[in-house]
Design a binder for this molecule. Structure first.
Ligand code: ADP
Ligand code: MG
Length: 862
């Protein structure tokens, strides 16, 4: 019997998963659905009374029965700690594999039993959030493999959504803003599609923002209401598992109320005997709750998502000069975009005249990611038609909107049969041979290509593809159908895909310079994938051990350990090659003294869980640091920490996982204000930031005296200051360090105030013109500095320096001068130009810093 095979698309979601494939003629994308026509599969794993794993709705239905099923496991993807379910302890990818197994089994059953043209599959494209880092992506891939799938590729969720919209609505060239608010996560991307190619221009997101947060807010609101009604419900979810269950049940109720309020204005909540309170009284809740009340409750969470989306747009502007005004379509993806307030806020912020999109589009928000993955999967895997003795693998599209189609196929068959094949014929339904071609290839693998096959009418066309021997007799045949669509409902094939993904987080290498660990940026976030680079470092000592540690953001992702002969001269070159493919898989390999090495995947360090007293200690530290700061420094610090502190206080009552995540984020912020090892505050980075700020203002280069000092005097003063500050810092002398720090801050504050006065007193237009001229001068000067740089006499160092100089030159042209030219040519108001100019100055400063570092290039490692 003929069997059809497709590569399927799977959205392995935090809350819900979905699976889809393209029909055999490529004309429609079909979703898996269960016998109740539900198209999503809860990402939940439980165990039944026989202690067997169950997933999807079976597990979801057990959510109030102990042992409680595991949900939202995707939030832990990439971690090496196991999660417990009954007597089982599994890794996040193992739980995810259980979800996939259930979904795949259901889908196979459905697709294989289709009355007409049963389809089966064993390969898949799985989607991942755009912000996933390497360990998270690798774990997702392993989940697919553990479920018995061949994972053909992984694509980012927003890209998949954009592909589906483009395919379905026949959109060829456009810019998309994809806003994906799911259960546990928020993901936003700016995507450009150009001639069927997709490019991700900017991403942002928050893996602790989604519908679950709405539920928890509302649950906490219900709890307070119940307390007002007299129940004893002061819940402590971190210490009492009974309290955790009570809150969990309130959360489930809240979710129902929230979803109901998406379609009704007022919901009547009447729930008897929810659970018992601390005094043993049975708790019942009865009240009317309105959409408006709900909206007031969660508005700030929605605002956070809007701010994220603005950041993604900033990145796309930096990278490709695509701004909000250039956005053609705003796509609403994810279950939480059913909430009317979300739609309104997105519309207000990104449509309504601000972009070319009149209103946000919202087609199948719960499943469009899986549908897009299916569209992409079909272009990757084509269609396989499996007969008893052979498999026909159609590699070209089986769908077109034109009157002709090209068909490329590969046939896998027995070698003795293959050797006999000489020609291939394509026969239409009337029995006419419409094309006869030579069969190329050898033995068990034959290729055939039929070009410009006529498709007279729209709709389905059936052909028989026959392989024939030297006498023209049929050896084997396949039934093949192709589809000609309505050109008004044009579906771009999407066959040429490139830059499908971007690197979500910077990749660093940790090196040790002057006994201080330092991170060197190897690959910047936002880099289009695939991408790679070659780097050279030098050994620093005779320890005989080489340790290179790769980081993505703050977390180690790869470690390279290598033993080298202890007699190795310090300064021996170490070559490192880094490649990141389009599925974001990182490969690092290299060579030292002719010995090749490659990086092992390092288990991410177990992140210790913090209890509330540890959390309080961190919050206490925030207060201490805040007291030490003053002026703008204090303001920045407050702006960065206030929302986190508020979130932490809330999460401690409602969401312990989120609590951990927010504490980590807060520590990230604190790290730039304190030095962990020496306990000095603030950390050196803050000094550098302020120093850069000062340099930016005083070296703007118009030779003007700033605060009475000439540029040369400034240079001298800043250099001396930095040296003294460094000595105080390295000597862990807090008193001296505080003094130096205060000095640079005072300088910076008076300079920026001075500048502010200047800017606001004179007219803004001429101020902006001044800034532009200043930047031009600065660019010219930097260029001449690059030109007159003295290259090292050591040939090896010289080579690196030359390469680096080339990059610096390129960066200056592309990232500073280019945008400045565009800004000059575009007719933008001074108000709009000012922040852009500020950014350009910042970039300029980074480029200059790169040049300043050049003499010391050739990093030492340990
Ligand atoms: P994920 O991508 O995280 O798997 P989904 O996109 O499936 O998540 O979204 C799940 C979230 O959407 C849940 O928080 C759910 O409560 C919410 N949701 C689903 N339908 C509605 C609705 N009609 N109104 C409001 N929220 C909804
Ligand atoms: Mg999703």
């Amino acid at each position: 019997m003929t069997q059809y095979k497709r590569v399927v698309g799977i959205d392995l979601g935090t809350t819900n998963s979905a699976l889809a494939l393209l029909s055999t003629d490529g004309s429609e994308a079909v979703l898996w659905e269960d016998r109740f026509k539900r198209k999503t599969y809860p990402s939940v794993v439980g165990i039944n009374h026989n202690s067997e794993f169950v997933s999807g709705w079976d597990a979801w239905n057990r959510r109030a029965i102990a042992p409680y099923p595991v949900s939202s496991i995707k939030r832990k993807m990439g971690a090496t700690q196991t999660t417990t379910l009954g007597e089982h302890k599994l890794l996040p990818e193992e739980f995810s594999a259980e979800i996939l197994k259930g979904l795949v089994a259901g889908a196979r059953q459905q697709f294989e039993s289709r009355p007409e043209k049963p389809i089966t599959f064993d390969a898949a494209v799985i989607t991942v959030p755009a912000y996933f880092d390497a360990p998270q992506i690798e774990a997702t891939k392993r989940a697919g493999e553990l479920a018995g799938l061949e994972v053909k590729s992984l694509i980012q969720e927003p890209t998949a959504a954009a592909m589906y919209y483009a395919w379905k609505h026949g959109i060829s060239d456009a810019n998309f803003l994809v806003y994906d608010l799911g259960g546990g996560t928020f993901d936003v991307s700016v995507i450009r599609s150009l001639h069927g190619e997709y490019q991700v221009l900017g991403i942002d997101g928050d893996n602790f923002l989604g519908g679950d947060d709405f539920d928890k807010r509302l649950a906490e609101h219900f709890r307070k209401t119940l307390v007002e009604m007299g129940y004893s419900l002061d819940l402590n979810i971190s210490e009492s598992s009974d309290d955790a269950v009570r809150f969990f049940l309130l959360t489930k109720l809240a979710q129902e109320v929230k979803e109901a309020l998406s379609t009704t204005e007022v919901h009547y909540v009447a729930r008897r005997d929810l659970f018992e309170d601390h005094d043993g009284n049975s708790v019942s809740l009865e009240l009317e709750y309105s959409r408006e009340e709900f909206e007031n409750l969660v508005a700030d969470l929605v605002d956070q998502s809007i701010a994220c989306a603005h950041r993604a747009l900033e990145k796309s502007q930096e990278r490709a000069a695509v701004t909000l005004a250039d956005i053609d379509f705003v796509l609403l993806v994810g279950g939480s975009t059913h909430v009317p307030l979300v739609k309104e806020k997105v519309k207000e912020a990104f449509c309504s005249g601000q972009s070319k999109a009149g209103v946000p589009m919202q087609d199948e928000p719960d499943t469009c990611v899986a549908l897009g993955a299916a569209v992409y999967a079909a272009t990757l895997g084509g269609l396989q038609i499996v007969e008893q003795d052979a498999t026909l693998h159609v590699k070209s599209n089986t769908y077109t909107h034109e009157s002709t189609i090209d068909i490329f196929a590969e046939i896998l068959l027995q070698p003795e049969l293959g050797r006999a094949v000489k020609t291939a014929a394509l026969i239409n339904q009337a029995g006419d041979v419409v094309a006869l071609v030579r069969a190329n290839g050898e033995d068990d693998e034959i290729e055939v290509a039929f070009e410009e096959i006529q498709l007279a009418d729209e709709g389905e066309h059936r052909f028989r593809l026959e392989l024939c021997d030297a006498d023209g007799d049929e050896l084997i045949g396949f039934e093949l159908e192709v589809y000609r669509g309505d050109p008004d409902r044009y579906r771009p094939s999407g066959s040429a895909l490139s830059n499908l993904s971007v690197l979500a987080k910077d990749i660093y290498l940790e090196v040790v310079r002057d006994h201080r660990p330092e991170r060197q940026l190897l690959m910047e976030r936002g880099t289009s994938l695939p991408s790679g680079g070659e780097f050279r470092f030098y050994t620093a000592d005779r320890s005989g051990a080489l340790l290179l540690r790769l980081y993505q953001n703050r977390y180690p992702i790869r470690t390279i350990h290598l033993s080298i002969p202890p007699e190795t001269e310090p300064g021996t070159p170490v070559e490192l090659k880094l490649n990141v493919d389009e599925t974001m898989t990182i490969v690092a390999e290299g060579e030292v003294l002719g010995q090749r090495f490659w990086a092992q995947i390092e288990a991410p360090q177990a992140r210790e869980l913090k209890d509330w007293s540890a959390a309080e200690a961190i919050l206490g530290e925030v207060e201490i640091i805040a007291k030490e700061l003053w002026g703008n420094e204090a303001r920045y610090f407050r702006n960065a920490t206030d929302p986190l502190v508020a979130g932490i206080r809330e999460a401690a009552r409602t969401d312990l996982e989120k609590l951990q995540a927010l504490l980590l984020r807060l520590e990230d912020v604190l790290d730039t204000y304190r030095n962990r090892e020496s306990a000095l505050t603030p950390a050196w980075e803050r000094y550098e930031m302020l120093l850069n700020g000062v340099k930016r203002i005083v070296f703007r280069g118009d030779g003007k005296r700033q605060l009475g000092l000439s540029t040369d005097e400034w240079r001298q003063r800043l250099e001396d200051g930095e040296k003294a500050a460094r000595a105080a810092y390295d000597g862990a002398n807090q008193a001296a360090w505080t003094q130096h720090f205060n000095q640079i801050q005072a300088t910076w504050e008076s300079l920026s105030q001075d500048e502010f006065r200047f800017a606001s007193h004179s007219d803004p237009d001429s101020h902006v013109e001044n800034l532009k001229a200043t930047l031009r001068d600065a660019i010219d000067r930097l260029r001449s500095d690059i030109h007159s740089f003295t290259i090292s006499a050591n040939e090896e160092t010289a080579q690196i320096q030359r390469k680096e100089l080339e990059l610096i030159r390129l960066e200056l042209t592309e990232k500073v001068e280019g945008p400045l030219n565009r800004l000059e040519n575009a007719d933008v108001s001074a108000i709009k130009a000012k922040p852009e100019l500020d950014r350009l100055f910042e970039t300029y400063h980074f480029v200059r810093k790169r040049l300043e570092r050049l003499p010391t290039l050739g990093l030492v490692t340990r």
